[in-house]
Design a protein around this ligand. Structure first.
Ligand code: ADP
Ligand code: 5GP
Length: 193
């Protein structure tokens, strides 16, 4: 059985990454989402073990000390990390593994594992990003302001990614991402042949 590939997707918060992921999971049987650990408080509707493992700062630091993360980073005052064992297990089982992580994490993973596919999702514009963050209704105005200023910095990082997708329309963007994954897998298979 072939090993799966690691797919890193980064995007400014609110650009529609989670929405695209839900669509992508429906399109691709072989795809598994890597559940990160975070010190952020759960949002309404989020479940421990599904969106994230919600942990305390002490628990997070203990995982760092035990070298349990493939990568980890601080993002708008919270810590986020990718548990390494779960990722390795799923790749070995032949699943493609999807990491929804920030640009700092993406660079760490690409440096450690250059065969990783990295994709950056752009919102159509900063005005539309603000509309989506506000419309989602999960963050207070101060958090939205900080996430928008973070977004400006993150968008400049897109040059370090293998591909950039604009999330103008969910169905189209998810289909484009799925096509990119197929193309990338075909290329890796050709290189290994
Ligand atoms: P992220 O995971 O990147 O933080 P979400 O997937 O939560 O973002 O999307 C933020 C908001 O924008 C949600 O309310 C979502 O329904 C909406 N949204 C996502 N993609 C689109 C799109 N292509 N067009 C319009 N609204 C969208
Ligand atoms: P949110 O709080 O909106 O769920 O996520 C905030 C940011 O943290 C997003 O850019 C998301 O991709 C990123 N993130 C989520 N999990 C991880 C992780 O395990 N590692 C890193 N580096 N970033 C993460």
């Amino acid at each position: 059985m072939n090993k799966g590939i690691l797919i890193v997707v980064s995007a400014p918060s609110g650009s529609g990454k989670s929405t695209i992921l839900r669509r992508l999971l429906a399109l691709r049987d072989n795809l598994r989402f890597s559940v990160s650990a975070t010190t952020r408080a759960p949002r309404a509707g989020e479940e421990h073990g599904r969106e994230y493992f919600f942990v305390t700062r002490d628990e997070f630091q203990a995982m760092v000390a035990a070298d349990a993360f493939l990568e980890h980073a601080e993002f708008v005052e919270n810590l986020y990390g990718t548990p390494r064992d779960a990722v390795e297990r799923q790749l070995e089982q032949g699943f493609d593994v999807y990491l929804d992580i920030d640009v700092q994490g993406a660079r760490q993973v690409k440096a450690k594992r250059p065969e990783t596919l990295t994709v950056f999702i752009l919102p159509p514009s900063m005005e539309e990003l603000e509309r989506r963050l506000t419309g989602r209704g999960t963050d207070d105005p101060e958090t939205i302001r900080r996430r928008l200023s973070q977004a400006e910095r993150e968008c400049a990082e897109r040059v370090h990614f293998d591909y950039v997708i604009v999330n103008d329309e969910v169905e189209r963007a998810a289909a484009e991402l799925s096509g990119i994954i197929d193309g990338y897998k075909a290329r890796l298979a050709q290189e290994a042949y």
